[in-house]
Design a protein around this ligand. Structure first.
Ligand code: NAD
Length: 262
């Protein structure tokens, strides 16, 4: 960061949080801490739970016109707010979550400025571990717009043969058993059991599920899966920190983009 700063690049991030969801508060605090750690200026906009759609959109409009580089609105929003309208309101060149339809479309064609943070973090983990994706059977479990779908697209761009499983998949266990690379992004504690993992498979667990006893677990039964996997990510401490690292990367990239536009 020091090198960038000597070149006049001072990345900045606005983080909007609406209401008092405890999980969202933890995520926002972690993101702010990461900004502080690497030298990104962060501004928090903590709005009350009864904020109106108009008030939220007005704030985003103000931030769009300001000199802030990145804008992040922590999801989920309280149910009276329209998430789609909020995502669409953030200027694509400041959309460091890469949720705006323009950025989603760019990812589809493989010509993008920003990648969504969680799938990008997974790709980085695979790459940094020296694991090749080319020609591998990749099974992604989950088809959400923020994880499953972009994850599948990135694995496809990296020349994997990709299968997407979801809540209506007929035989999840048998499909996962074919996988050289498994990415679980479901939100169901330990849905992926050890017997579903092929010997030597790479297992990436995106899931973050809080059990009634307060313990945080993934979508994969870790203790059983580690017996079969050649590489596996833990929960917590696996994909989560990578997601935040990728948010930092996107914010720096936004700042560089804005620098070029000046
Ligand atoms: P989501 O609820 O939007 O999507 C879940 C997906 O799982 C859906 O597409 C659904 O079809 C599929 N699904 C549900 N039940 C299934 C079943 N029985 N079999 C197969 N598929 C099933 O969730 P999301 O936002 O994509 O998040 C998924 C998980 O990842 C959650 O636990 C979330 O907390 C976690 N997450 C972690 C990070 C991180 O940084 N580590 C980031 C985002 C999300």
């Amino acid at each position: 960061m020091a090198v960038l700063q000597t070149k006049g690049v001072h990345p900045s991030l606005a983080v909007i949080i609406v209401g008092d969801d405890p999980a969202s508060r933890i995520y926002v605090n972690n993101k702010k801490k990461a900004c502080e750690y690497i030298g990104i200026r962060s501004e928090e906009y903590a709005l009350p739970g009864n904020t109106t759609q108009e008030e939220l959109l007005t704030l985003i409009e103000t931030l769009n016109e300001s000199n802030i580089d990145g804008i992040l609105c922590q999801l989920p929003l309280p149910s009276h707010l329209d998430e789609k309208a909020v995502i669409n309101a953030i200027r694509p060149d400041k959309d460091v979550d890469a949720f705006h339809p323009v950025n989603v479309g760019k990812i589809m064609i493989g010509d993008y400025d920003f990648l969504p943070c969680t799938p990008a973090g997974v790709m980085e983990l695979i790459k940094e571990s020296g694991i090749s994706i080319v020609g591998k059977e990749c099974v992604v479990i989950g088809r959400s717009n923020i994880v499953g779908k972009p994850m599948s697209m990135l694995l496809l761009h990296a020349h994997g043969t990709v299968t997407i499983c979801h809540s209506k998949t007929r035989d999840l266990a048998e499909t996962v058993r074919q996988a050289d690379i498994v990415v679980a992004a479901v939100g169901v504690p330990e849905l992926i059991t050890g017997d579903m993992i092929k010997e030597g498979a790479v297992v990436i667990d995106v899931g973050m599920n809080r059990l009634p006893n307060g313990k945080l677990v993934g979508d994969v039964a870790f203790d059983a899966a580690i017996e079969k996997a050649s590489a596996i990510t833990p929960v917590p401490g696996g994909v989560g920190p990578m997601t935040i690292a990728m948010l930092m990367k996107n914010t720096v990239k936004a700042s560089l983009l804005h620098q070029e536009l000046k």
